[in-house]
Ligand binder design. Structure first.
Ligand code: GDP
Ligand code: MG
Length: 437
């Protein structure tokens, strides 16, 4: 019975069984996989898990009361450390202080220049001036002016001048003469690293001696971001990194790799196109985000506590034989309800969170789902494909729901069956086996 099983599970977790060891090894493997999936360089990911393993052994994780939780903590702390540990500030010394943007074309320099100006302006003590040094495209100057208007920050530009070094200097002089205490210099980038661009940015750098030189990089460029960062750092020895476009599906692995390779702190992140979409970079939050890919350990722990092992074995057989039906679905729902929030749980399965995003099963929806299934005949439950239009109407009436809701459930069921079949292969299979043990 359940209490026996709980006892057994606890016994295992106390370090007397071998599942714990499997846990640690499996967890580290999952972590490494998650890191690589998140665009972390393979070698960095490997070194990382080796370090964690060493620490885990040093702290006798296997003998601890809650090995899973301790593992997660170790991994998170180590990730945080890898990304710089502390929040890094921006050096705004000098009057005016000069902030120079560098980076490839399209990385988000102009957008970030505006965001930073807005961010500083809101601090009240700062009066920023934006300077347009991208002289190659008239549109680039216009773009900065549009940004400046949006946030009510003055933009210094000189359309007749095609010497960015001269404009940068004139911009700083304009700031001095007009009471601006921060100068943010937006520069031109190219599609790839080239010598002309590097020489130009180096010359601007020399001419205005910024207190803060920032390298702006698109987090979606993954591994390439690291090479670009290295090239810019070799020339500029920049002070910090700005990671843009973290609002998309990117996992932020570039953050780890860049920090490891150039050893410069990430200072801000961009999370959207709007001027407000700027955040200070918190290494520990990023670690959470990266780990959010699959909190495998707590999934295993919770599953061990709550999952009925006998049921799990039966279920696995059914899925393998393609016999998974609505009765099983109902049982699953009851299991899941025991375990806690469905979305939480699904989110713990690596890769599944994304897939289930559109499915949107919330706890309230369970009520409808259960009612609909209860209105199905046994035949309909085992063979959902026989549910035609007139059956749908009857089920809807019987359960007090609409045909649309019935349709929705059928679709959800279909997706879930597909997911379970997928879990039969690859990492999911091992997880099911662990649950079954
Ligand atoms: P630049 O060539 O380096 O000056 O890059 P831009 O600032 O012109 O940005 C290039 C594109 O990326 C523009 O379409 C921006 O709106 C967009 N962009 C910049 N930062 C972000 C961000 O944090 N998130 C998203 N989603 N888009 C961004
Ligand atoms: Mg630009």
């Amino acid at each position: 019975n359940l209490s026996d099983k709980l006892d057994k599970a606890l016994h295992i977790l106390k370090g007397h069984g071998q599942i714990t060891e499997v846990n640690v090894a499996e967890t580290l493997k999952e972590v490494r996989r998650a890191l690589v999936d998140a665009d972390v360089n393979y070698k960095i990911a490997k070194d990382f898990t080796a370090t964690v393993k060493e620490k885990a052994l040093g702290q006798n994780v296997l003998k601890s009361l809650k090995p899973g939780q301790l593992m997660v903590k170790l991994v998170k702390d180590e990730l945080t450390e890898l990304m710089g540990g502390e929040v890094a500030g921006v050096n705004l010394s000098g009057n005016p202080s000069v902030v120079l943007m560098s980076g490839l074309q399209g990385s988000g320099k102009t957008t970030f220049s505006g965001k930073l100006a807005n961010f500083l302006k809101n601090k009240k003590t700062k009066k920023p001036l934006l300077v347009a040094c991208d002289v190659y495209r008239p549109a680039a100057i216009d773009q900065l002016h549009v940004v400046g208007e949006q946030i009510s920050v003055e933009v210094f530009s000189d359309r007749g001048n095609n010497d960015p070094v001269a404009i940068a200097k004139a911009g700083v002089a304009h700031a001095k003469a007009n009471g601006f205490n921060v100068v943010i210099i937006d520069t031109a980038g190219r599609l790839a690293v080239d010598e002309v661009m590097m020489t130009e940015i180096a010359n601007i750098h020399k001419a205005v001696t910024p207190s803060e030189t920032l390298f702006v990089v698109d987090s979606m460029t993954g591994q390439d971001a690291v090479n670009t960062a290295k090239a810019f750092n070799d020339v500029l020895n920049f002070d910090g990194v700005i990671l843009t476009k973290l609002d998309g599906d990117t996992r932020g692995g570039a953050a780890i790799s860049i920090k490891s390779v150039v050893n410069k702190p990430i200072k801000f992140i961009g999370t959207g196109e709007k001027m407000e979409a700027i955040d200070v970079f918190y290494p520990s939050r990023m670690a959470d985000r990266i780990l959010g890919m699959g909190d495998v350990v707590s999934l295993v722990e919770r599953a061990q506590e709550q999952f009925d092992e006998e049921e799990a074995r039966k279920l696995q057989k059914k899925i393998a034989k393609n016999q998974f039906g609505f009765d099983d679905f109902l049982k699953q729902i009851q299991q899941v309800k025991k375990m806690g929030n469905m979305k939480d749980l699904v989110g713990m399965i690596p890769g599944a969170g994304k897939m289930m995003k559109n499915v949107d099963i919330d706890d309230d929806a369970f009520k409808h789902i259960e009612a609909i299934i209860h209105s199905m005949t046994p035949a309909e439950r085992t063979k959902p494909q026989i549910i035609n239009a007139s059956r749908k109407k009857r089920i809807g009436k019987g359960s007090g729901t609409s045909v649309q809701q019935v349709n929705q459930l059928l679709k959800q069921f279909d997706q879930m069956s597909k997911m379970m079949k997928m879990m039969q292969g690859g990492g999911g299979k091992r997880m099911m086996q662990m649950m079954g043990k």
